[in-house]
Design a protein around this ligand. Structure first.
Ligand code: URA
Length: 304
């Protein structure tokens, strides 16, 4: 694995290329970051802890004392074509288990060094890449890491995550037999608050999307479960209410996608009827995958 310095340099170059391809003439440059990049390190830093990007980057030419005018920035960034080209595995490529592991390791390394959202790169503790097995037919995709996930570098480990784990177990599976990831790999920052949560912006989701698309291109799941409205929006670009969408199969680049409620919603609304809806979505997923379903499983959370 390359050093943190090399990862930071590669991520910076790729980011600059994306900006240039998008027509940018000026970039946000922090003099401290420039100084770090212009001098190769004498000591190798831990690869999983890329140097944070200062939160308050100014729109300045590097040596200029006077602020330059802010360049126009598109309201919504499209997923970076350059990053997609670099990361996506072509569907025609034969993926042996070893090749899958190697491809995913490459994508992971790239994501761990990502600084495309300077605010998130400087506030995160960890990039929360994904967990489980990449040799699976089933992927669960959530919104973004919360505080617990950021601390433990693993998706869905907080209260909502524990409920997701129970749902997976009730399906007769385990967390290590599926793959769990988020649309956004960094915890959305909440300046001044340690515990707060916020919804990822469309811009952040689009910026991060190449990593998720690349993960999907390696795993090649037979079914994707999108957990909650934000995950559906991040994946399908659709803001139609989750109440209407859930339980109805969608198509994600040829992969059947089941939208369902986010487990955090079930924690807020503990009614049997809402639990049953999510469970029916999971039964549909199990049927699609040809998994055995017992009579007992079919009857869970039935409102009598
Ligand atoms: N909620 C999410 O959407 N993802 C997590 O990883 C944790 C909570």
């Amino acid at each position: 694995m390359s050093s943190a310095y090399e990862q930071l340099l590669a991520a910076t170059i790729s980011h600059l290329e994306d900006l240039k391809a998008g027509g940018a003439r000026f970039v946000q440059v922090d003099p401290g970051l420039l100084a770090r990049l212009s001098a190769a390190p004498t000591k190798q830093a831990a690869p999983s802890s890329p140097a944070p990007v200062p939160a308050k980057a100014n729109m300045l030419a590097p040596d200029s004392a006077a602020p330059a005018p802010a360049p126009p920035r598109p309201a919504v960034a499209a997923p970076s074509a350059a990053l997609l080209r670099e990361l996506l595995v072509d569907p025609s490529v034969e993926l042996t288990p070893e090749r899958k592991e190697a491809e995913m390791a490459r994508i992971r390394e790239r994501a761990l060094a990502c600084i495309k959202c300077p605010n998130l790169a400087s506030s995160r503790r960890n990039v929360v890449f994904g967990v489980g097995t990449i040799h699976t037919e089933l992927m669960f995709i959530g919104e973004a890491p919360g505080m617990d996930e950021d601390e433990q570098a693993e998706p869905f480990v907080g209260k909502a995550g524990q409920l997701l784990t129970k749902i997976i177990q009730t399906m007769g599976l385990d967390r290590d037999r599926v793959y769990i990831a988020n649309v956004l790999k960094c915890r959305p920052d909440t300046p001044g608050q340690r515990t707060g949560n916020r919804k990822p912006t469309v811009d952040e989701m689009n910026t991060c999307k190449p990593y998720l698309l690349a993960q999907i291109s390696v795993i090649r799941p037979k079914v994707i479960v999108a957990l909650g409205a934000t995950a559906v929006e991040g994946l399908l670009g659709r803001t139609m209410g989750i109440m209407k969408l859930r339980g109805n199969w969608q198509d994600f680049n040829g992969v059947p996608l089941m939208p369902t409620y986010h487990p955090a919603y079930l924690l807020r609304n503990q009614s049997l009827a809402e639990k049953r809806k999510v469970w029916e979505d999971m039964l549909a997923v199990m049927e699609k995958l040809g998994m055995p379903i017992s009579e007992k499983q079919r009857g869970f959370f039935l409102v009598k």
